[in-house]
Design a protein around this ligand. Structure first.
Ligand SMILES: [Zn+2]
Length: 374
């Protein structure tokens, strides 16, 4: 259940109550594709760096270790020792991005495993069954994620199919939640808005799915080839047509600047691999923008990654030391940078929430963008 606490312009400050606790929004979900954050960050670490929601991947976990195995072990929460909310994506994005050979039919998608090439079928019902086995807090609807740009007539037909799939997802989710042996029978379902870069298709689709009384609504198919300006324009067009009493989630976005722009346009949930991925490559976010610690100028730099940062890395280690660890290919290097970057994102969201609470979000946004651009 979403409760709007405060609004400043279109920016929303809210609370999302789930069977696994209350989420303060706007929020960034920390991406642990295979039930772990890449870079040796555990769920114990996640609590220390202020993570509210962990995100895992349906497609990947269904192949390894297998959703039926996770179900036997009591579900994803127990498996990875995380008692706060978990969102699982539907697998749709991976089916379309990882598999070169695939056939899309009305019933679902036929494709080959990216691990061993074996034939797999996934449709709305299969995706819901896997997510029910994983027992995540929020399940995402199974949809087709279209590349941008794609021809308009194709996008139109794809979106219509995605709507039919969403109806099937809802029926299947209701059925699974009614079974006596379902681990989380209060599993929530978010629908996904699609429509490429075509405003009219996006808006029409937003109106149709808004009538389905889902637990939340995502904007999908962005940050897949279009410009930032196109992305912001689409968010502006779509958000007013989604239910205002439900959370709005912008999938796979983005940079700290993208997040500020989207919050300003009414988005509540975010996820992105960027902070963990960049951290693994020695790129860290600071109050003065992103820096690469491998740069020679940090060899004798005994300051933390970011002065004023309260993360476990910055409280204990210097730039020079972390640079040395990267050069020496020590695993600790990645871990320290990923911890810092995730803390940076979680803390950014906290500051955004505080700024909406305190009525100074526009000023906060302007100052942050200026700082990062210096
Ligand atoms: Zn830090």
């Amino acid at each position: 259940m979403y409760k709007l606490l405060k609004k400043q312009g279109s920016a929303r400050r809210g609370e999302f109550t789930t069977p696994h606790g209350v989420v303060q929004t706007p929020v960034f979900m920390n991406v642990g594709t295979l039930a772990a954050i890449k870079g040796a960050v555990s769920t114990c670490d996640l609590k220390e760096i202020g993570c509210q929601v962990e995100l895992s991947n349906t497609y990947h976990l269904s192949l390894r270790p297998g959703d039926k195995i996770i179900r036997k072990l009591g579900g994803l929460h127990k498996f990875m020792n995380w008692d706060r909310p978990i969102l699982t994506d539907s697998g749709g994005f991976q089916v379309f991005s990882l598999s070169k050979i695939r056939k899309i039919k009305e019933e679902g998608v036929y494709f080959n495993s990216h691990i061993d090439g074996s034939k797999i079928f996934m449709g709305p019902e299969e995706s819901m069954q896997i997510q029910s086995n994983l027992a995540s807090t929020v399940a995402m609807a199974f949809d087709e994620c279209i590349e941008n740009p794609s021809p308009k007539d194709y996008v139109q037909r794809s979106v219509e199919r995605t709507t039919r799939w969403l109806k099937r997802c809802k029926v299947e989710m209701d059925r699974l939640n009614s079974l006596p042996d379902t681990i989380n029978n209060k599993q929530m379902l978010f629908g996904i808005n699609q429509g490429g870069v075509y405003d009219d298709i996006r808006v029409e689709h937003a109106k149709i799915i808004s009538d389905m009384n889902l637990d939340g609504y995502a904007i999908g198919g962005l940050a897949v080839g279009e410009t930032h300006e196109e992305m912001y324009r689409i968010i502006e067009k779509v958000v007013p047509h989604l239910p205002q009493d439900k959370p709005i989630y912008l999938m796979g976005v983005g940079t700290p600047a993208n997040i500020l722009e989207a919050v300003e346009r009414g988005v509540d949930f975010f996820d992105c691999v960027l902070p963990a991925r960049n951290g693994r490559h020695c790129h860290v976010f600071t109050s003065e923008g992103e820096i690469n610690l491998l740069n020679a100028k940090y060899q004798l730099d005994d300051s933390p990654i970011d002065r004023g940062c309260q993360c476990p890395t910055c409280k204990n280690y210097t730039r020079a030391y972390i640079r040395h660890l990267f050069k020496a290919k020590e695993m600790l290097a990645m871990r320290l940078c990923v911890l810092h970057n995730l803390y940076f994102y979680n803390n950014l969201m906290k500051e955004i929430r505080d700024s909406i609470d305190g009525d100074y979000f526009p000023k906060y946004k302007r100052e942050k963008l200026e700082e990062w651009n210096q």
